[in-house]
Design a protein around this ligand. Sequence first.
Ligand SMILES: [Zn+2]
Length: 364
Amino acid sequence: MIVQELLDIFNEWAPLDYSEDFDNTGLIIGNPNDKCNGILISLDTTEKVLEEAIKKNYNVIVSFHPIIFSDLKKITGETYVERVVSKALRNNISIIALHTRLDNHPEGVNHEICKRIGLVKTETLIPKKGTLKKLVVYVPKNKSGKVLKALHDAGAGNLENYTDCSFLLEGKGQFTGNKKSDPHVGKKLEKVSIEEVQINVVFESYLKGKVQEALFEAHPYETVAYEMYSLLNSYTNVGMGKIGFLKNEINSIDFLKKLKKIFNTGHIRYNNFEGKKLNKIAVLGGSGSFAIEKAKSRGADAFITADLKYHQFFQGDRKMLLVDIGHYESEQYTKNLIFDHLSKKLPNFAVALATTKTNPVNYI
Ligand SMILES: [Zn+2]
């Protein structure tokens, strides 16, 4: 297997379009044509993780956090980022990062947190904008079934719990081909009027290439009459954080104790809370202070996240329990998520979870 094949697996599972604009995901170091002889999965790429990969003779590291996040203007070994980059290059190790592709993924970081806490009826906390596109295409009536099927096969019209969604409108299409034309119906230089169907389908933006390819393949016209555009609608399946319900109400102290156990952390920080028993819980793995107001407006009794600053704890207004479980702790199970997916896709390939501990924070 070459690195590109691995990238293809990730592009299909957690498409590039799920990345936030500020992010840096995909192949960060390496060559897509390099042969891959083993994959090591880690939350962060540290020098120690690289050493583990070298020792195991694995030449690909799949990391949640990208090792290069902001501008890298020199590689002299001064910072840990520079040292990791240089060591990876010297040892021909490829590094792939998934980061916000899995933050926004319907079954990514936050799905995993919900699963571990036991939340039910979960929804996305902050749906991602610009996730949907619409295709409107005009097809001769007798070919509309074929074109529609091709579009559905490419993933168009599959949204949340529904498949094969479309809206069809019958009407008349007209055109006149010039001297160089080769019309599917009628003759060149003659005005043609034909029964057509307008097909409307919505799809996730990352499928654009596939949908367009399927359209051109199935549509009989020399020049395909179509419109494709981005929608302002938010797609509730994709986005940051989740909100859901506990199966049984619980008091805050018991809940905090439970979280401490689930996330195996020696230290949980939480605000002053005078609210009722907890039922509706919002979660956002990693630095999630930007979502405090959103969790509040959606009526969460508690919001579990990480990296909260002193003043942000006041934002709970004593009514919403704010819980900082630690950055690493909140995202740690993402490693297992990547491991499970790759093990399923590559059952006979060397895939392993790094044993190196990468959490840079300790508690006493
Ligand atoms: Zn993170």
